[in-house]
Design a protein around this ligand. Structure first.
Ligand SMILES: O=C(O)C1=C[C@@H](OP(=O)(O)O)[C@@H](O)[C@H](O)C1
Ligand SMILES: C=C(OP(=O)(O)O)C(=O)O
Length: 429
């Protein structure tokens, strides 16, 4: 196998990066634009492969969607006009597309089949299938509907009250989407807050959604009307340069227009606790979502414990936070993060295997990992596990490794951050 080699030793990082649009918000802008009435204009849409799968799905269901780079026009004609797709829908690598679309397809009066790539085919769907069946959807698939390929016959749904058994915004969103098509009230209750982009955006589109002491309550009574969406920069993408700036000596990097929704900013809390020289400026709000600029400077860091309610607020940032911890003084413990095992790959295993190869002192645990730092990384040959976040962690590790980092591929990065290497090159000094 030919490997790609990354060699950035003795560089520092300086300058500004405008990270691309948020993946979660980009998916939702297409979904809600497609089911509402009128033209939704989306700016700063993420041109990553996962979000393109969501666009393809709605085009297959008859929605006209025009896209020019990061500007998208969605010509919504309402839920009633969505058509049965002529062929099975391919959701590629995207867990978000799959789980949110299952929620929507549950209430549409036709049968749809969906499938995905090798990684998506191993990811559990029972977490959405169970509540959707309770609401009345007929779902069949591998292992009683736990795995793709899945066929779903939508129909008349009944609202339910559902307490989330997993801390997952995808499950919450699937049930809320089904709730838009159900008789009566649908109530979702969560013990720990997960990202709330669905709630924020559904309210902006005019859905009958409220949050009260019962939970998040939605009905089919609201009329969804097109609403322009300016997608904030993705904090999960910014995370790679935040960590790079914090660990590469002499660095100073500013990340512009980053989404700072409190349900996503766990990484900022943790980095500040570790002693990072991190400042937030130019804060403002767009479409109900807070955004601002983040500046990070290199400084000495100390280890910390990352556990409990903060985990859903930084779940996708754990691979890069593990790299950060290898450069911090003392012990970092990551707990309560067993969800990492069911992402694009088992991210506990992938992170620990790779960082061990690169010379870190890191041990996997049942629900996280333990890291002792600081360790000078040696470089070496690792695998991306075909997982975009593992691949980007590997590239950033090369910035602090004595020898090059070789990796089996880098194309997976196009899933969430197609301009990653351009943005990195632009700040390498
Ligand atoms: O709702 C979303 O947009 C997402 C929710 C999270 O997944 P879970 O809901 O499975 O935790 C996250 O890991 C994923 O990248 C995007
Ligand atoms: C887990 C992720 O995405 P998804 O669940 O949409 O595949 C991710 O982007 O890290």
């Amino acid at each position: 196998m030919t490997h790609v080699q990354f060699e950035y030793t003795s560089h520092r990082l300086e300058g500004e990066v405008v990270v691309p649009g948020d993946k979660s918000i980009s998916h939702r802008s297409i979904i809600f634009g497609s089911i509402s009435h009128g033209i939704t204009k989306v700016t700063n849409f993420l041109d990553g492969e996962d979000c393109l799968r969501t666009i393809d799905a709605f085009r297959e269901m008859g929605v006209q969607i025009e896209k020019e780079e990061s500007s998208v026009l969605v010509y919504g004609n309402g839920l009633e006009e969505l058509k049965k797709p002529e062929k099975p829908l391919n959701f590629g690598n995207s867990g978000t597309t799959t789980r949110l679309m299952l929620g929507l397809l549950s209430g549409l009066p036709f049968e749809t089949s969906i499938f995905g790539d090798a990684s998506l085919t191993k990811r559990p769907m029972e977490r959405v299938v169970t509540p959707l069946r309770k609401m009345g959807a007929a779902i069949r698939g591998e292992a009683d509907g736990n795995y793709l390929p899945i066929t779903i016959q939508g129909g008349e749904l009944q609202g339910i009250t559902y307490r989330l058994p997993v801390k997952s915004a995808q499950v919450k969103s699937a049930v809320l989407l089904a709730g838009l098509l159900a008789e009566g009230e649908t109530v979702v209750q969560e013990d720990t807050e997960t990202r709330n982009h669905t709630e924020v955006m559904l309210q902006a589109f005019g859905a009958d959604l409220k949050q009260n002491e019962d939970g998040i309550v939605v009905t089919n009574k609201g009329k969804l009307t097109a609403c322009d969406v300016e997608v904030p920069g993705d904090i999960s993408s910014a995370a790679f340069f935040l960590v790079a700036g914090a660990i590469v000596p002499g660095s100073a990097v500013t990340l512009k227009n980053v989404g700072l929704n409190a349900s996503r900013t766990g990484i900022l809390d943790v980095m500040k606790r570790m002693g990072a020289a991190l400042t937030v400026s130019n804060e403002r709000t767009t479409g109900g979502e807070k955004i601002g600029d983040l500046t990070i400077q290199y400084t000495a860091l100390k280890g910390t414990t990352i556990e409990g309610d903060v985990i859903p607020r930084l779940i996708d940032e754990i691979p890069i936070l593990a790299l950060l911890a290898t450069q911090a003084e003392g012990k970092t413990v990551i707990k309560d993060a067993e969800e990492l095992k069911v992402k694009e790959t088992d991210r506990i295993e992938a992170v620990c295997q790779n960082l061990q190869v690169l010379g870190a002192n890191i041990t996997p645990t049942e629900d996280g990992m333990i890291i002792e730092g600081p360790m000078k990384l040696t470089g070496g040959t690792i695998s991306s596990y075909m997982d975009h976040r593992i691949a980007m962690m590997g590239v950033i590790a090369a910035l602090v490794s004595e020898n090059p980092v070789k990796m089996d591929e880098k194309e997976s990065i196009n899933i969430s951050y197609p301009t990653f290497f351009d943005d990195l090159e632009a700040i390498l000094r």
